[in-house]
Write a protein that binds this ligand. Structure first.
Ligand SMILES: NC(=O)c1ccc[n+]([C@@H]2O[C@H](COP(=O)([O-])OP(=O)(O)OC[C@H]3O[C@@H](n4cnc5c(N)ncnc54)[C@H](O)[C@@H]3O)[C@@H](O)[C@H]2O)c1
Length: 329
């Protein structure tokens, strides 16, 4: 597969902007394509906004000089210039397939084509494309420039060499590659997040709690733990000396109790209003930009603490530092 020096981006909204910031900071050139010419200013602004937090996160690391950014409204122009393409167009199957087909027809056959899709399966995206063996899912998390996780999912036609090449590329940008063994709608993380979101919507619908109270039930408790240990490891510890087996014995029977609804409620106008008005009240007059800045400060600080303990995303940060040191030698 082609050595990656230039990353092509297809779609430069929230996620494309995040990929641009991360790739440029890691020293890759970026050629970004979006059908909407107004996205060029937005993208340059997004990269600029991300830079201070990225700088603090990677302080003291042996990063190469930042890459160069260019923008086009012509996806084909991007596809011929790119060594790998990351697709970030809206989550609509027909839109994605048309956009992917356009770039697959003109990109060299050794150019990786990666999709940021939150839930589509790679086999459905790659079917009928030119050289489907270089097509796979690389699902990131917002903000892409600070969250290291990328779920890597192969489709039926994907070559293992493409998976390996994509994984090396993501690691070179400081990411934590989670290989998803089996393609399923929603991959791994979004299935878990959606299960929780469904319960949130039920709680709003049944007037059990406000969005603020539901968020408090995460932030002051389980959320503090999730940054460094997942639910399974945490539950093992919660079993005390008896560990996971005791936990299963104690809480397993609760699964038969009506603690969760499983099926989503109808998205009535009332439920949508409760969600929108509740989160606006929580924001307390702060704009999305203000909230993003607070989020970024916290994400950097948490990862630096975790790095001191070499755990979770801090471990990924330390591994990136070692990789850069080895390359700088
Ligand atoms: N927002 C998130 O939190 C998040 C997280 C992980 C993955 N994703 C996934 O990333 C993808 C993009 O999501 P987003 O939130 O960045 O969307 P977005 O709406 O912010 O951006 C999409 C961009 O694609 C452009 N576009 C549309 N059709 C195009 C085409 N044919 N060619 C080129 N550009 C085109 C639009 O002009 C827009 O700028 C989706 O698949 C989504 O599921 C989103």
């Amino acid at each position: 597969m082609k050595t990656i020096r230039t990353l092509g981006l297809l779609g430069t909204g929230v996620i494309g902007g995040g990929w641009a910031a991360r790739a440029l900071h890691a020293g890759f050139d970026v050629v970004a394509a979006d059908l909407n010419p107004a996205m060029e200013d937005w993208l340059r602004g997004a990269v600029e906004t991300a830079a201070p937090a990225l700088g603090r996160l990677t302080e003291g690391m042996a990063l190469p000089p930042p890459g160069r950014l260019s923008f086009t409204t012509d996806p084909a122009e991007m596809a011929v210039a790119a060594d790998a393409i990351q697709e970030n167009v809206p989550e609509v199957m027909d839109v994605k397939r048309a956009a992917l087909s356009r770039v697959a027809d003109v990109a060299g056959e050794d150019v990786l084509i990666l999709s940021s899709t939150s839930g589509f399966m790679p086999s459905d995206l790659q079917a009928g494309l030119a050289h489907p063996e270089r097509v796979l899912v690389g699902h990131p998390f917002n903000p892409v420039y600070l969250c290291p996780l990328v779920e890597v999912v192969a489709g039926k036609a994907t070559a293992e060499t493409a998976v390996a090449h994509a994984s090396d590329f993501y690691r070179a940008m400081g990411m934590e590659v989670l290989r998803v063994r089996k393609e399923v709608p929603g991959h791994l993380s979004d299935r878990l997040q959606e299960a929780m979101w469904r319960e949130i919507l039920h709680s709003l619908n049944d007037d059990i709690a406000t969005t603020g109270e539901l968020d408090a039930s995460i932030v002051y408790g389980p959320g503090l733990r999730w940054a460094f240990m997942g639910m399974n490891q945490i539950y093992m510890i919660a079993g005390g000396e008896g560990g996971a087996r005791h936990f299963m014995e104690q809480f397993g029977p609760c699964l038969d109790e009506p603690w969760s609804y499983l099926k989503a409620p109808d998205l009535s106008p009332e439920i949508i209003d409760r969600f929108v008005e509740g989160t606006a009240a929580q924001a307390g007059g702060k704009s999305v930009r203000d909230l993003e800045a607070i989020r970024d400060e916290c994400l950097v600080a948490i990862q630096q603490v975790l790095a001191r303990h070499d755990i979770g995303a801090g471990r990924t940060l330390n591994a990136w530092g070692r990789l850069l040191d080895a390359e700088a030698r």
